[in-house]
Design a protein around this ligand. Structure first.
Ligand code: ADP
Ligand code: MG
Length: 630
């Protein structure tokens, strides 16, 4: 590197998190090292997209006429690979900022995960990439020489061997863009052949839209990528495998997508788009680039990398590209949002996507079940927020019910078809887990009479039903409603089978009220209980109860309003407790038994707010008594 002025060179230390990352990379046995090339090409392509966008409005740039491309030179004697682009470039400060720190907020989380095990590292690198630094899996030394597009910026040189430091100097580079020279490690010289480089490009970067010229020490440069804008082709000409490859190269996800939607239309707005539903949700929470959004192009020029206006927020798990010739080329990223075309596109894309999901549900039940397990909560979020598409979304909903159990799913339509002739509402039970909801005393009556109940155990469910209210004219009703208007309510049975005298029952009721105090609104005989001793029901005027689950999570000091305690006169626990109260009101077991009965119900409803220590102490007292008798 005789072109640099040694006196102006300085040496800087990497930020801690970079050192950590480099250390992990250097010591990893990571097998899939070739992805370093994908990362460098993706950076070059980003830089080219940016200069292309800049030049839509600004012509005062270095080399305005330069071809937008990537050049890779391979020298198998010198064991070097050089990757050059005519992109936006970096000045000295940008080199320090971009290649000396990890800018992404997800980086820390990434490092924590990567530190844990080898397999996590492989998964994460494979799936998300680690950006520029992955070059140190193969490089002995890396030199980056870059010249920014700004005419007054000076060219600069960055160099590092992947240890704790990097050096900076001025450089002599007159053309715009970035050049990355890689001196390969001894065990990575296999990468210094053009065929290897070309095959990696085919695998990982085939759809990069700028030409990638690959050249050996001798011979001509050849374009190694196909550069197709797949979304601008006719869907009938695109193979399933091409969609899959495109998805993988677009998202760096190594699993095939669950669904692709290729949309080509000229009215009401011109649109060429491919949307993908990934096969798994973790992508979105773990990714190094935590931003979601669609890539928005106008005539193949990338306008925005993460557009959030083209689909409603609840569809944020969708990946893909949208290209519209109706968006003016000089549109700024800020004005995309307010452009009327954006609104039209959003409507068209949303409708189409929801329709395709419906088709998937009809045509491939197993695949749809996967979709639902991964992304059902997003659809529920849509139910609560997207009024315009409520009907389409409603058809996408799936529920576990008392009929399907934990392994099956029911649609609302099926639940309505299974309703009893005299059934007035669609019933649901809210809970914080399927297991506890399944054992709830609220279900006694419904089980006995074979009436289907929806299990609503997702965080968002309470919010969703509070918005949904009714389906096809049938109201939705919570089974904990105090005034359930149930068909075939068999009060007579209950009355006749009662084992407890009215007097004893009244004494017990009074005692329970005294023990539980403000914690219950009322205590009374339950008409719907069969196998359970008691249940807690919500008073009629408690309109916001669906939101209790949400509020309990969000509001730290939220106290749920008191409920009505219904007790089952026919249940042995209640009968024995009543006899105990009549026989000897001072028996020390009465109060702990009442407390425990109440706590059990709260636990089953997923609303327990008491102290575990108190409960354990109480249970031990009751156990002690039971064991003496046994
Ligand atoms: P990411 O691409 O996810 O931002 P990287 O580690 O791959 O993360 O790159 C870090 C940053 O370095 C980029 O965001 C970009 O600003 C800069 N950079 C890397 N390569 C180039 C390049 N060839 N041209 C211009 N800037 C680049
Ligand atoms: Mg990158």
């Amino acid at each position: 590197m005789s072109d640099t002025n040694v006196t102006s060179m300085e040496s800087l230390e990497y930020r801690t998190e970079v050192k950590q990352l480099l250390d992990i990379l250097a010591h990893s046995l990571y097998t899939d090292r070739e992805i370093f090339l994908r990362e460098l090409i993706s950076n070059a392509s980003d830089a080219l997209n940016r200069i292309q966008f800049e030049m839509l409005t600004n012509h005062d740039v270095v080399d305005p006429e330069a071809e937008l491309a990537i050049w890779i030179d391979v020298d198998d004697d010198a064991k070097t690979i050089t990757i050059r682009d005519s992109g936006i470039g970096m000045n000295r400060d940008e080199l320090v900022e971009n290649l000396g720190t990890i800018a992404h907020s997800g980086a820390r989380a990434f490092l924590q995960n990567a530190g844990q095990s080898q397999s996590t590292l492989e998964e994460i690198i494979g799936q998300f990439g680690v950006g520029f630094y992955s070059v140190f899996m193969v490089a002995e030394e890396v030199t980056v020489i870059s010249r920014s597009y700004r005419p007054h910026d000076k060219a600069a040189r960055w160099q590092s061997s992947g240890d704790s430091r990097f050096s900076l100097a001025e450089a002599d580079k007159s053309d715009r863009g970035t050049e990355i020279r890689i001196r390969l490690k001894e065990d990575a010289v296999e990468f210094a052949t053009t065929w290897r480089i070309e095959s990696i490009i085919k695998r990982h970067s085939d759809y990069v839209s700028f030409p990638i010229y690959v050249k050996g020490k001798e011979g001509e440069a050849r374009v190694a990528n196909r550069r197709t804008a797949l979304w601008r082709q006719s869907p009938s000409k695109v193979e399933a495998s091409e969609y899959e490859e495109f998805y993988k190269q677009l998202t760096f996800d190594d699993k095939a997508p669950l669904l692709h939607v290729h949309m080509v239309a000229d009215a009401p707005a011109n649109v060429r788009s491919i949307l993908f539903v990934p096969a798994h949700r973790e992508r979105s929470s773990l990714r190094l680039r935590p931003e979601y959004g669609l890539r928005l192009y106008s005539r193949k020029i990338l306008i925005q990398e993460h557009n959030k206006d083209l689909l409603p927020e609840y569809l944020r798990f969708v990946e893909g590209v949208v290209d519209s010739e109706d968006l003016p080329l000089n549109v700024s990223r800020e004005t995309v949002q307010s452009n009327p075309i954006t609104r039209q596109l959003r409507k068209a894309l949303t409708n189409r996507l929801l329709k395709e999901l419906k088709n998937l549900a009809e045509e491939d039940v197993a695949k749809y079940a996967t979709f639902w397990s991964e992304f059902g909560v997003f659809i529920k979020e849509g139910m609560a927020s997207d009024y315009a598409n409520r009907e389409a979304l409603q058809e996408l909903l799936r529920f576990h019910t008392t009929h399907t159990g934990a392994d099956g799913w029911a649609t609302l339509k099926e639940v309505i078809e299974r309703m009893k002739p005299d059934q007035k509402a669609i019933y649901y039970i809210l809970g914080d887990s399927l297991k506890s909801a399944m054992r709830s005393p609220h279900l006694d009556y419904f089980r006995k009479h074979d009436i289907e109940v929806l299990y609503l155990t997702d965080f968002i469910d309470g919010y969703m039903v509070s918005q949904l209210r009714e389906v096809e004219g049938k109201p939705l009703q919570n089974v904990d409603d105090a005034n359930l208007d149930l068909p075939k309510a068999d009060d007579a049975d209950a009355e006749s089978a009662a084992q407890v005298s009215q007097d004893a029952f009244e004494q017990l009721t009074a005692r329970i009220k005294q023990v539980l105090g403000e914690r219950v609104r009322d205590v009374r005989a339950g008409k719907t209980l069969v196998d359970s001793p008691a249940r807690l029901v919500s008073p009629e005027d408690d309109f916001a109860r669906e939101l209790q689950y949400v509020r309990r999570v969000i509001e730290e000091d939220y106290v749920a309003p008191a409920k009505i305690l219904e007790i089952n006169r026919n249940h042995p626990i209640i009968a024995n407790l009543a006899s105990l109260v009549s026989a000897n009101a001072d028996n020390p077991l009465i109060d702990p038994a009442i407390e425990q009965l109440f706590d059990n119900l709260q636990l089953l409803d997923g609303v327990y707010q008491g102290s575990v220590a108190d409960m354990v102490e109480r249970i031990q007292k009751l156990m002690g008594a039971a064991l003496i008798r046994g």
